[in-house]
Structure formats: C-alpha cells, structure tokens
Design a protein around this ligand. Structure first.
Ligand code: SF4
Length: 684
C-alpha cells in the first residue's frame, strides 16, 4: 500500500477487551498488497494473531470486522466481513469461519477513519465499542445487556443523536446459542458462524460507529462512468423507478406478493395515525439497486418495524402468493422476532424440523418435555424461538447446541444422522458441518460442480458462496425474457462458458450431469477463487452472482464478470489483470486452507455423508425436478475430488496443499510455519 491511500483509509483498531485498551495500527501491518481487504485481510489476521489452541468461546479467539477497498465508494454493497473461530462444530469444537452482513455499518467505519476492527480478549463486564471519528473507546454496557437487538440499536442510535450505524447481539448471542447472529439494522445479519455467541463470550454487546470522513478514490470520473455502466447493466435508471417498478426488476417480481403491500385492515391495525411507509431498502450503495422492502417511520426516527431482504423475501413472497397474505405476514413476524432475538434464519430451521415432525412420533412430549401437537402454530413457534435464544428450557438449550447435538441427544444417532443430513448439508465433517446450525441447504440443487463446491468450501457445506448462479441460467428461471432452450439463451450460455473457461463444453457437461467430466474440477476452482476476490474487495456477492451471468437490459442479455476488477482499478488505481486475479484467488484460498490444516482438517473433511449417494441415485434423480438418469456414486465423487486436488495443487491422498503449491503462489512462509510451528507433515 502506497503512502497515499486510495480505497483504504489506512488504520485498523486493535481492541484488547481484557486490558480494556484500544490501539490504532496501520492497515498495511497485514500487507494489503497481498491480501487486499475483507475476507483476505481477515484471514491473514487470523493466521497471524489467533493462537491455534483458541477455542471459539475462549478469550484468545480473535474476532474481526473488516471493510474492503471498495467499501464506502459509490458501488459496493456496504458489506462487513466477520471472521473468527466459530463455535458451530459438533462433536468437534468448530473451526475458522467467516460470514458477512450488509447495511451501512462498513461504510460508516471507513468514514470514521478505520478499515477494520480486531477484537481480542474478554471484557470483565458487558461493554460496547464506541467510535466517533477519532474517538474509539470501550464503554460500559451493563445497562444494555439483556436488551433485544431492536431495543439496543434504538438506544444507541438515540445516544448518538440519530447518527450511528450499529451492529449488536440479542439474547441468543448473550446466551451463546449456536444459532446466534450479529445484526446490523433490522435485517442484515451474519447468517453463518454463530458469531453472536463469540461476541457474547467476549461480553461485547454492540459496536456503535459514526464518522464524517470519506474515502479517496483514484479515478473519480472513472467511478462515475462505471456506476452508470453498472446501472445500465443490472437495474432501471433511478429516474425511471416507481413504486410499481423498482430499480431492480427481480425485486419487483416478488413485491406483488409480499405482505407489506398492505391491506387497509392491516394499516388500520398497525398504523392508525399514518406514521409508517413501505419503502424499498438496500445496503449502502447497493450495485443492484437494493433488494429489500421494509416498513419504516416516515420521519426517519428509530428502527423500522421489519424488513425483508433478498433470500428472506423470496419465501415470504412465495408463501403469501400460495397461501394468502395472512400466512406471509405470520412468516414475516417470525423473521422479525428472529432478528430481535438475534437468531439465525428461523424459517430454515423450522423447515428442518418439519420432516422430523412429519415422520411422526420421533419428537414426543415424553422424550422432549414439550407438546409438539401445536407444531407450526404461531404460539408454538414463538415459544420455541424464545427458549432457543434464552436456553430457558431443556429442549431449547439442546437445540441451541445445534441440530446434530439435539437429534443425537433426543432420538439417537442413526436417525439423527438421517435427519441431520436432511436439515443441513452434505459433508460428513465434524469440523465443517457447523453442528447443523446455520447456512443454506438447497435439496436437489446440487449439480455436479455444485456438490463438489459445497464439499470443498473452506467454510462449511452450507456456504452460500457456493450456490450456483449458473444453475438458474442453465435451467431457466429467467422466464419470458430468455426462455431456456431458445437460440438466444443457448448463445448466452455458450458465451459465458467460453468467456470463463475457453469453451462451451464446460457448461454443456454440467447441464448433462456428466459427473465424470474433466470440466468440473476447474469450474469448482474458478468459483472458489472468484468469490474469494469478490469478498476481499468487498463487492456484494448476491448482486455479483446476478450481474455476472445475465442482464435484463443488454443486447444478448450479456452480464459482466469483470465489474469488481474494474471497480478496484478506478477506486485504488491498481490494475488487476486476469493473471493477478487468478493468483490472488489461489493465494487466498490457500491461506484459508492452511488455517484449517493447522486445525487438523484434511481429506476426511471433504467427504460426503453416505446418504448423499442415495439422494443422488439415478432413480431419485430421474423422478426429481431435473429428470436425469445420471446418478452419482461414491466412486464418481471421489474421482471428482481427486481431480480437484490435482488442479488446486493439493496432495490427493491427504487433501493437504503441497509445499510446492505454497511456493508457486508466492507464500512459502505459510508452508514453513505449518511445518516448523505446528508440526504439520506437509507433502512436498
Ligand atoms: S443486493 Fe441486497 S444484500 Fe446485496 S448490497 Fe444490495 S441490498 Fe445489500
């Protein structure tokens, strides 16, 4: 990083909660030329600062909140990257994990003059961290402990004169539930990693930030041009938007069904004085024109009454359309309570409980102490959520340790394995499977590369970065605009495949469910590395997935995968060519893998549950949505995995990166440390 910073603001805050001290250090202490920011910077900080013996809830665990070089500019998405050792492992104690949240928290951190915050130690009593430009101090939060997320954020917002951007934990984090999140505004949360529990273990209730600075940009005119280019690519021009036609047509497609498009009855009950309005919402400088809706106070005071964004809005919308607005509204109420309590997406875990409940007589009053006959009702749901957040009942406390623990405890190991598998993920790793608590599991959505991507993620088998945007394009959810199978659709699919891999064959193989294709390993490698770059710059991955592959507004519907790179250039002045992009992705993925390797991860952690092969058998797939007869066998999968190790430069027998791979990536010091300090027997 040069002396004059473009994109960065140049300072990190190192907060020792045990000593109650705050130190300002140069961001480049951790070599931003090599690790850029966000996920990259957070990973090198973990590698450097976090002792390998640190348990997730130990004071020694290091918790980072990082911005990226694009954060606080005009087109980034405002995400904050959070990393630490996660408690969400079972029966192991968890491993290094990451998550991120949107809102305006990260840009505000840059405006206050900081690229990130590193928390170490444990405060002697509940505290919050207060930043107001140059002032950065630890403050007493004993009066805030016990408040839900909306209450504590409202209080800190009020104390800041309605200026601060806040991230906080609710009761679930305070009680260290595995389902806990960190929340910023009403709906932006760290959905993975159980990081609310890590904050809780450090007695850290919230972070309140306000700043008056700005981020210097190397090429301001270039940035303005790029903003216009991107808007033309992925959303309506702002002056063309109306309530019926929001900036992003994808968002508009679910608007009609949301319970927020209110009935008069609802308005009368909730808003007799007309103080509320329904508004589009989005993170700071969303490149996609915003992806959410919320009900907020017209005068801008206080937290809104609820907000739905992205993946939250889709099921609510679908449910409202299918079952009526009342059902959708109940769903939204659950989500809002979820966010107040600081739990991870309750809808996915209720969906997870559903097959167990449907199987009958597995969860009974006798073995759990609660009456399951009301399962699915609003009262039952609310009570269960409270008991998981506060661990106020035996069952609540057991669920708070993760589904895998709960199911094994209450219904025995073999059945637990079946249902655990049905709830969460595909990977039979005690470290990576997250104890079955959070993330995403999309039954039937794993095409060949998707399956391999999830299984080899450096996070866990529910890593949202592994959802395959290409799935939508290949199998067609772009509706009338680009009918699957049409000539135009075929041209776009072939074009994307050629652009990324030099040939249409790669997408062709994927579409044909060719588990033995040579295309799968390089595809998987590209996905991991591309997302690593996105997350380090930081550019919203939700927006990027959509705008890379497809546009509603360009001729031929072509998207642009290079937008993050182009932005990086105009913001920092650094021209990141294709080779550097690949080299960064490689280095970054290798660093994360090294952190996991020192925690004991190897090939065994990349293997699948045996039940996956049953689910992907020819018979099951033939009768599925995909109607393919090409089933997956263990041999297929292990062959794909071997091929992936080969392209990654990892040892096939152990799954560990080779010394020569670290050397080729320009980071031999990481291999040296693995061998000399941690005693890892790295293959040559
Ligand atoms: S697409 Fe959604 S999550 Fe991403 S930046 Fe925009 S509003 Fe935030």
């Amino acid at each position: 990083m040069a002396d004059e910073y473009y994109g960065y603001v140049g300072t990190l805050l190192k907060v020792n909660l045990t000593d109650m001290t705050v130190e300002k250090i140069p961001t480049n202490t951790y070599d931003t030329d090599k690790w850029i920011g966000g996920r990259g910077l957070g990973s090198i900080i973990q590698w450097t600062e976090c002792p390998t013996t640190a348990g997730a809830l130990d004071p020694e665990n290091v918790l980072t909140f990082l911005t990226g070089s694009l954060t606080g500019t005009m087109l980034d998405g405002g995400r904050t990257f959070v990393q630490a050792v996660s408690p969400a492992g079972y029966p192991d104690t968890g491993s290094f994990a990451r998550s991120s949240f949107g809102s305006s928290f990260a840009p505000e951190m840059k405006f206050a003059g900081y690229d990130g915050i590193i928390f170490m130690g444990k405060a002697p009593y509940p505290v919050y961290f207060y930043i107001n430009d140059d002032i950065a101090e630890i403050r007493d939060a004993r009066d805030l402990w016990g408040m839900d997320n909306f209450a504590v954020q409202n209080e800190l917002y009020r104390r800041s004169g309605n200026k601060a951007k806040i991230a906080s934990i609710g009761p679930a984090g305070e009680h260290m539930s595995m389902f806990s999140t960190i929340l910023s505004d009403e709906s932006s949360a760290t959905g993975m990693g159980s990081f609310g529990a890590v904050m809780g273990s450090k007695n850290l209730k919230a972070i309140s930030i306000q700043g008056t600075g700005s981020v210097k940009v190397a090429d301001p005119q270039g940035l303005l041009d790029l903003v216009e280019y991107t808007q033309n690519l992925c959303c309506r021009k702002l002056y063309e938007t109306t309530p019926e036609a929001p900036a992003n047509s994808y968002v508009g497609s679910w608007q009609a069904s949301l319970p927020l498009t209110d009935t008069d009855l609802y308005k009368e009950a909730r808003d007799p004085e007309g103080k509320l309005e329904i508004a589009y919402t989005g993170c700071y400088s969303c490149p996609w024109g915003g992806c959410g809706y919320g009900v907020r106070f017209k005068d801008g005071s206080g937290m809104s009454l609820g907000q739905l964004r992205c993946t939250e809005a889709i099921p609510v919308s679908a449910e409202s359309a299918a079952c009526g607005e009342y059902v959708g509204r109940a769903h939204m109420k659950r989500l809002t309570l979820n966010e107040r309590l600081g739990l991870s997406d309750c809808n996915t875990w209720f969906q997870g409980l559903d097959p167990i409940f449907q199987a009958g007589n597995i969860l009974t009053e006798e073995n759990t102490g609660i009456d399951w006959t009301n399962f699915g009702t609003e009262d039952f749901t609310r009570e269960l959520m409270y008991s998981v957040a506060y661990q106020s009942t035996e069952v609540g406390a057991a669920i708070a340790k993760g589904w895998r623990y709960f199911l094994e405890e209450y219904i025995g190991t073999p059945e637990a394995k079946y249902f655990y598998r049905a709830i969460r993920g595909i990977r039979n790793s005690p470290k990576h499977n997250g104890g079955g608590v959070c993330g995403w599991y999309i039954p039937g959505a794993y095409l060949a590369p998707g399956l391999l991507r999830f299984a080899t993620s450096n996070l866990n088998a529910t890593d949202i970065r592994c959802t395959g945007a290409e799935t939508y394009l290949l199998f067609g959810s772009n509706g009338d605009l680009l009918p699957p199978g049409s000539d135009e659709w075929q041209a776009l699919v072939d074009g994307n495949s050629t652009k990324l891999f030099g040939s249409p064959q790669v997408y062709e193989d994927i579409r044909n469910w060719d588990w033995e294709s040579d295309s799968i390993a390089p595809f998987c490698k590209w996905n991991h590395q591309f997302k690593a770059l996105d997350d380090s710059l930081i550019f919203c991955y939700i927006a990027m997935s959509a705008m890379g592959i497809y546009s509603n507004y360009t001729e031929g519907h072509e998207g642009d995968f290079d937008i993050p790179k182009k932005l990086f250039k105009v913001v920092t002045g650094i021209d990141f060519g294709e080779e550097e992009e690949a080299a960064f992705g490689e280095r970054m993925f290798l660093l994360e893998r090294a952190i996991l390797t020192r925690q004991g991860c190897d090939r065994n952690d990349d293997l699948l549950f045996d039940e996956v092969y049953q689910e992907y058998s020819a018979e099951n797939l033939e009768n599925s949505f995909y109607q393919t007869e090409t089933g997956l066998t263990k041999e297929h999968y292990e062959k794909m995995l071997d091929a992936w190790y080969e392209v990654m430069g990892f040892d096939v027998a152990t799954g560990m990166p080779k010394v020569s791979t670290f050397e080729a990536a320009g980071v031999p010091e990481i291999a040296d440390r693995l061998v000399s300090e941690y005693g890892v027997q790295l293959p040559a």
